[in-house]
Design a protein around this ligand. Structure first.
Ligand SMILES: NC(=O)C1=CN([C@@H]2O[C@H](COP(=O)(O)OP(=O)(O)OC[C@H]3O[C@@H](n4cnc5c(N)ncnc54)[C@H](O)[C@@H]3O)[C@@H](O)[C@H]2O)C=CC1
Ligand SMILES: O=C(O)[C@H]1O[C@H](OP(=O)(O)OP(=O)(O)OC[C@H]2O[C@@H](n3ccc(=O)[nH]c3=O)[C@H](O)[C@@H]2O)[C@H](O)[C@@H](O)[C@@H]1O
Length: 511
């Protein structure tokens, strides 16, 4: 498709979000200039190579290369385009939890200087996530000062908007093409109308819902959505732990029913690991910090953050219960071996920023031998994981080794096809955090595989019972030091599926 007659677009910052935006606009026929201070990214895009990994990104860049340019030159990017999207980092300040505007302000200075030297109307859109008050405050001030023009007044020569994207890494292109709604905070009607037209054309949907408002409401909406969704995830995790402690309770069943209430809905209501990534944790904390800075109560957001941090501890405790059982099964005591499948904060992404899996690995390594595998995120994980965490070269290498416990930590559908070695002679407990596997089928075909269901009272109760029996046994019966005696007492206790597994093994003459 050749470039259309629509506005020419520049995208400042061609990272994880900016590159897909370049490609998506190009795919809809717009001429797009991507700009970055990172020369490597610019060179790659000039050659038609995606600067970052994101599903479908390379395909779109290859197909619509004619509509894409890349540069480090602000004059070129701004003077040759009509509208500029700014998608540079806004890192969180570790003390205040507020997002820094430093990178955004650098771009505003550079953009303003070019606008000043060109006699034309220009529109500037902040896509980066910023703190409420930023766009109408310091960002507007810097752009007005550097351009020498007023924003948002009648006959203004600059339009300014805040329009964040609601995209999840790993599905950025899909989410850009299929937005639930588009959020626009606008300085004036002219830029709001222009953006509404542009985003309607960019979407694959026939009808796109727009929410147009002033800057501060749009800024609040962005972090409020993420704060609300993190609360929802955490609610599901809280319920999941409760169900684990009630016989016959199952969090998935309850969550599906709860989500059927149209006031609630099923999305992001699944008990699993903690939430992570470059957005959710920090947006939630920024919301709380903002509220506190204004002497408002932010207990809910704070509690969400605390409960989210607790999720790793909860999983470590489940592993410890299983480890007690694994130790009973061992003739030579050795560290329980735990494997992690998935290290990125979510599937189809190489990103490990605030990854719940890496965080978990770093906690597990204190008590266990930990090995992990991820198809995309291993090198990033190696930089943040404890040195004691080792990495497997493939799923097979991880699963076919002599693991005791396997944690499936990302919701990647490819894990559903894992092949478990049917000649395995050592019990493997799989904690399937996202309930991807078919428990009945796998356990039927693999005598030595047991799937532990998070949020399931009977599944976890089985571990509690066995763990408690083993602990009591160790304290009370010093003479029962060998594994043989311990196993017999456990079977007599008839503790859940693990008890019956041990009973089966006895019948088969293995104990
Ligand atoms: N990654 C995500 O899932 C989402 C990110 N956001 C927000 O988007 C913004 C960008 O995020 P990412 O794309 O993930 O960051 P990123 O770090 O992947 O990309 C940012 C790019 O901006 C470039 N850059 C920095 N200063 C520059 C300057 N003065 N001029 C030109 N380029 C410059 C960097 O070299 C880098 O390539 C952040 O505010 C983030 O919070 C919003 C929604 C989702
Ligand atoms: O602020 C942002 O810019 C973006 O943040 C999130 O996107 P992202 O963090 O990339 O990815 P998600 O798929 O939403 O997952 C975030 C985390 O939540 C976890 N999650 C997700 C769903 C769920 O049911 N439970 C759950 O724990 C995921 O595993 C992951 O760790 C939002 O989904 C986007 O709408 C938003 O634009």
């Amino acid at each position: 498709m050749m470039a259309n007659n629509g506005p020419r677009i520049s995208v400042i910052g061609i990272g994880k979000l900016g590159s897909p935006m370049v490609a998506v606009f190009a795919s809809k026929g717009y001429h797009v200039i991507g700009l970055d201070i990172n020369k490597d990214f610019v060179e790659l895009l000039q050659k038609g190579i995606a600067p970052v990994y994101e599903p479908r990104l390379q395909e779109l860049i290859t197909q619509y290369k004619k509509n894409i340019e890349a540069t480090t030159d602000y004059y070129k990017a701004i003077s040759l385009t009509d509208i500029t999207m700014v998608i540079v980092p806004t890192p969180s300040d570790s003390d205040t939890e507020f997002f820094s505007n430093d990178y955004v302000l650098n771009t505003m200075k550079a953009i303003g200087q070019v606008i000043k030297s060109c006699n034309k109307y220009h529109q500037v859109v902040v896509t980066s996530t910023v703190m409420p008050g930023s766009t109408g405050g310091i960002i507007r001030d810097v752009l007005e000062a550097s351009s020498g023009r007023k924003i948002g007044c009648l006959d203004s020569e600059i339009g300014l908007a805040y329009s964040p994207e609601f995209i999840a890494l790993g599905q950025v292109i899909h989410d850009m093409l299929n937005p639930d709604f588009v959020l626009i905070g606008e300085s004036d009607k002219r830029i709001g109308d222009a953006l509404q037209h542009l985003y309607s054309k960019r979407s694959d949907k026939q009808l796109v819902l727009f929410r147009r408002m002033n800057f501060v409401n749009a800024e609040l909406t962005k972090i409020a959505i993420n704060t609300y969704v993190t609360t929802k995830i955490t609610y599901a995790n809280m319920l999941s732990e409760l169900c684990e402690n009630i016989p016959d309770a199952d969090a998935d069943t309850v969550n599906v029913a709860i989500g059927s209430d149209s006031r609630i809905g099923n999305k992001y209501l699944k008990g699993a690991l903690a939430y992570g990534g470059p957005c959710f944790p920090r947006d939630n904390r920024a919301f709380a910090a903002l509220a506190k800075s204004l002497s408002c109560n932010a207990l809910l957001a704070e509690a969400t953050d605390q409960l989210n941090n607790y999720q790793a501890e909860r999983l470590v405790n489940i592993c410890k219960k299983i480890a007690v059982i694994c130790t009973v099964d061992k003739i030579q005591p050795s560290k329980t071996k735990v494997g992690l499948l998935g290290l990125s904060y979510e599937p189809s992404s190489p990103v490990t920023e605030c990854s719940p899996a890496c965080n978990l690995a770093n906690k597990l390594v204190l008590d266990f031998d930990v090995t992990a595998f991820d198809p995309l995120a291993m090198s990033a994980a190696a930089r943040i994981c404890d040195k004691r965490v080792t990495f497997a070269n493939s799923v097979d290498e991880l699963v076919c080794g002599d693991l005791d416990i396997l944690l499936i930590t990302t919701a990647a559908s490819c894990w559903k096809n894992i092949y478990f070695n049917q000649t395995r002679k050592k019990l493997l407990y799989i904690i399937d955090c996202w309930k991807l596997l078919n428990k009945e089928e796998i356990e039927q075909n693999n005598r030595y595989v047991r799937i532990v269901l998070l949020g399931n009272g009977n599944s976890i109760k089985g571990l509690n019972d066995v763990g408690a029996s083993v602990r009591k046994l160790t304290v009370r019966n010093n003479e029962f030091q060998n594994g043989h005696a311990q196993r017999r007492v456990l079977v007599a206790g008839g503790a859940g599926f693990i008890g019956s597994h041990l009973a089966r093994r006895r019948k088969q003459g293995q104990s």
